[in-house]
Design a protein around this ligand. Structure first.
Ligand SMILES: Nc1ncnc2c1ncn2[C@@H]1O[C@H](COP(=O)(O)OP(=O)(O)O)[C@@H](O)[C@H]1O
Ligand SMILES: [Mg+2]
Length: 157
């Protein structure tokens, strides 16, 4: 596990960008943590690092925004999902297991049963003071080199 301390929204954005620059088709990034811990802020950085220029707009479904960066990006916010079966109707398997792009999932713990085997999980929490956030990165085998690089990348450890 690699634990990174962010001291500002800007640091969080920079961390996200660093990660987004390194993600590959088939990657699955699961963001967990309470409201306000910075999942959306980190996602914005990740999208920037993936080369997505315009965010927002209309979701494909109410839970999913699709973008074309340097590779396709599927940005989910499953906050309102009460039963993971709701994702069946959206054909989530095509996205999660299709290998076409990067899945970036906010509130991913709501659909933990649906996660693929290979996942990069980022658990966000509040740190000391208003602007500190703690981000605990854990990854399956696929993400080991990335986590090695992250530990040496110069973000707040
Ligand atoms: N170090 C930090 N990293 C990220 N956000 C921070 C940080 N410090 C303060 N904030 C603030 O916390 C809030 C995070 O909101 P958001 O990203 O929407 O959280 P979530 O998506 O997890 O609910 C924003 O208002 C942001 O300005
Ligand atoms: Mg959010």
């Amino acid at each position: 596990m690699v634990r990174i301390y962010s001291r500002s929204p800007e640091e969080t954005h920079a961390l996200g960008r660093w990660l987004g620059e390194r993600l590959r088709p088939g990657d699955f990034v699961a963001l967990t943590g309470d409201l306000g811990t910075g999942k959306t802020a980190l996602s914005a950085g990740i999208l920037a690092g993936l080369g997505v220029r315009r965010t927002g707009g209309s979701p494909t479904f109410t839970l999913l925004w699709e973008y074309e960066g340097r590779i396709p990006v599927f940005h989910w916010d499953v906050y309102r999902v009460e039963d993971p079966a709701e994702l069946d109707d959206l054909g989530y398997e095509e996205y999660f297991f299709g290998g076409q792009g990067v899945n970036l999932v906010e509130w991913a713990d709501r659909v933990r049963q649906l996660w693929p085997d290979e996942v990069l999980e980022i658990a966000l929490s509040y740190g000391a003071g208003d602007r500190e956030r703690v981000m605990a990165f854990t990854g399956s085998r696929r993400y080991r080199p990335l986590l090695e690089d992250l530990a040496h990348a110069g973000f707040g450890l």
